[in-house]
Design a binder for this molecule. Structure first.
Ligand code: SF4
Length: 459
């Protein structure tokens, strides 16, 4: 039996679930019960590459992934059937709050991520409600009534009470059935106000045409969207007073950032007309012409503040991934350099020299007063805090992925001097990949044109 909290995470039942299951310490632990529900969901596609969620944190991530992946090619709903399985309701409520908090803390209430999440909630509710259409009319009717009344008294709504819903644009005041400013939502109110006027028609049909379940569904999902928006805002305000946000929430918000980069890359790949992009998952020669403005600026040396972070945190991951694995954002696994450069030959002979060159161009040169930054560079490449790059140390730290444009604008704003190719770009590496392929295509076209011209003059 479907529970109202499967649709409405703001119900009192849902709050109770959060109190019972929402212990932050446990949200990254394997949850067998959750995994079993996921695994045995009818029609769920099961294979190693689907990566089914077995923790509440992963479930939260998958909720967001479902929404972003829907806009890419090759999306398959069967990979996410469990999101529409009512048995998941308890875990789903916790995942909802986890996502709200990670987005509030990581991105803020006015961010693109917050808007996407609110939109995803609307789509999730709509799809879940579609699934109850196989139930009897009485059940659907009762379910909608109960769920909606957890948010608003459906027998006493004045149009002014739903001003914010009207502002969302899905409902128009002109299309609502009003009686002295009261919005008619329930059948008994419809009959009381207009029953006398209905002749020779079925009142139930008239009710469904003028308001009925369609209105209830719109009200329900819009009210939940508004409550979600308000909740994210409240969490964000509270987070400003916190000394240190919860690590799990920070990690989830970082996972979301990587997901966004990956989706952007996938969209570009599916829109691209030529080229074998699998090759981007292994070393690819540098094309300096395709470097974005921020990288060029950094390569020419930092003359004012932010020098260390610009070289260590920004440039090092960019240069390393651009040369060794530019397709990182379309991959699922975390990479180690040795997976693509087993002898570290490219890393030692091409990656490090380019980073050191930029470090030397700074004023003052980075290593002249801070030689220990060489160790920090090694650590960002995944080789721990050591002065030498050695395979034995690999994995002691993570190979950092390139910073997003948003982070650069926030922490190293002097580097970001966008040009027209920066439009709709979320990461300098995506800029690089896109520009590189564009330049390759232009080169191929020019070569083809030259050949044609030569052939014609030979004839
Ligand atoms: S928008 Fe992004 S890619 Fe473009 S200059 Fe700024 S940080 Fe670099």
């Amino acid at each position: 039996m479907i529970k109202t909290s499967f649709i409405n995470p703001f119900s009192s039942d849902a709050q109770k679930i959060v109190r019972q299951l929402g212990d932050m310490e446990l949200l990254d632990n394997t949850n067998e019960k959750l995994f079993n529900i996921v695994l045995h969901t009818p029609s769920q596609y099961v294979s190693s590459d689907v990566n089914l969620p077995d923790t509440l944190k992963k479930l939260a991530f998958k909720r967001f992934e479902w929404f972003l992946y829907k806009k890419t090619e090759n999306f398959d709903e069967k990979n996410y059937e469990y999101l529409f399985n009512p048995d998941i309701y308890e875990y789903d409520v916790v995942a909802f709050y986890l996502l709200c908090q990670a987005i509030a803390i990581g991105y803020g209430p006015d961010s693109r991520e917050a808007k996407q999440f609110i939109e995803s909630e609307k789509e999730l509710i709509s799809k879940r409600l579609e699934k109850i259409q196989s139930e009897s009319y009485e059940f659907q009717s009762e379910f909608l009534r109960t769920t909606l009344n957890q948010l608003i008294d459906t027998n006493n709504i004045r149009w002014t009470d739903i001003k914010e819903v009207l502002e969302l644009g899905e409902l128009d005041l002109d299309n609502l059935l009003l009686s002295n400013g009261k919005v008619i939502v329930e059948y008994e109110d419809f009959i009381e106000e207009f029953g006398d006027l209905i002749e020779y028609r079925d009142p139930q049909v008239m009710y469904q045409v003028t308001c009925g379940q369609k209105l209830k569904i719109i009200l329900l999902r819009n009210l939940i969207m508004i409550k979600t928006r308000d909740y994210i805002r409240t969490v964000s305000e509270k987070a400003k007073k916190m000394v240190e946000p919860n690590k799990l929430l920070l990690s989830l918000s970082e996972d979301i950032r990587l997901l966004e980069d990956k989706v952007q890359e996938l969209k570009f790949l599916s829109g691209a007309s030529s080229g074998n992009y699998k090759s981007d998952m292994q070393p690819v020669n540098f094309n300096v012409e395709a470097f974005p403005p921020c990288v060029r600026k950094c390569m020419s040396g930092i003359k004012s503040g932010g020098r260390n972070d610009a070289i260590v945190l920004f440039l090092t991951p960019f240069i390393a991934y651009a040369r060794l694995c530019p397709g990182i954002f379309s991959m699922d696994e975390r990479m180690k350099i040795s997976m693509v450069d087993s002898s570290l030959e490219i890393t030692n002979n091409e990656v490090i020299p380019l980073i050191y060159e930029a470090a030397a161009a700074c004023s003052p040169p980075l290593f002249s007063d801070q030689p220990q930054e060489k160790i920090n560079i090694n650590s960002k490449l995944g080789f721990g805090m050591h002065s030498q790059l050695k395979l034995d140390h690999e994995g002691e730290t993570q190979w950092y992925t390139p910073m997003s444009c948003e982070k650069i604008k926030l922490h190293l704003s002097q580097l970001c001097v966008p040009n027209r190719d920066c439009k709709k770009i979320g990461n300098p590496l995506t800029y690089y990949n896109r520009k590189r392929r564009l330049l390759e295509r232009q080169e191929n076209n020019t070569a083809n044109a030259d050949n044609t011209e030569k052939n014609m003059s030979d004839e």
